[in-house]
Write a protein that binds this ligand. Structure first.
Ligand code: AMP
Length: 190
């Protein structure tokens, strides 16, 4: 399996690009945000819990997020690889993911990070909020809080994967196709 963490701040384009990579390389795409939103829509216990954090732009606690992620991976081990989108977002999520994948005889091959300046991100998220129906995309204060969470808890993961020689930064500004091409150029070397 070739497994990648598709990384970047909110609005970097992870979901959009994951959809293309998934098609091209026949991968499974696991977005923890999407799984939470599915649970919210279906009013599950997990959804109700997650919503109380997501609506404010806070991260959902590690334990529930990690348990949910493991269950998703378990369902999808028979594949060319997995694109992790929106996970890991904290150091303990990253260490839990490494240990879990190792126990399944596989690993993360690369963290590919979409690099986009913050002013462009806010613009993209507010624009997405007009059609996504996501409450966390519609309010600039919530968006700012998501960036704070990213800076305080998630950005350190660049060091985590750099230390394992697995970090690849990609320019996330340009047309969707240009960015897909940049990501594929990295993926093809793995
Ligand atoms: P996303 O769709 O990746 O932008 O995630 C939307 C929201 O879901 C985040 O703002 C968090 O509240 C929650 N979430 C998604 N993934 C995680 C994660 N790995 N850890 C904690 N919270 C998460």
């Amino acid at each position: 399996m070739k497994n990648i963490v598709l990384f970047g701040p909110p609005g970097a384009g992870k979901g959009t690009q994951a959809a293309f990579l998934k098609e091209r390389y026949q991968l499974i795409h696991i977005s923890t945000g999407d799984v939470f939103r599915f649970n919210i829509k279906n009013n599950t216990t997990l959804g109700i819990l997650a919503k109380s954090y997501m609506d404010k732009g806070d991260l959902v606690p590690d334990k529930v997020t990690i348990d949910m992620l493991k269950a998703e991976v378990d369902k999808n081990l028979n594949t060319n690889g997995i694109i992790f989108d929106g996970f890991p977002r904290t150091n303990s999520q990253a260490t839990a993911l490494d240990a879990f994948l190792a126990s399944k005889g596989t690993q993360i091959n690369a963290m590919i990070a979409l690099e986009v300046p913050e002013n462009l991100l806010v613009e993209r998220l507010l624009k997405r909020g007009l059609t996504s129906g996501r409450p966390d995309d519609q309010d600039e204060e919530k968006i700012r809080n998501r960036f704070n969470e990213y800076q305080n808890k998630t950005a350190v993961l660049v060091d985590y994967y750099t230390a394992q020689n697995k970090y690849y930064g990609v320019n996330g500004v340009g047309s969707i196709q240009e960015i897909t091409d940049r990501l594929c150029a990295v993926f093809d070397t793995l």
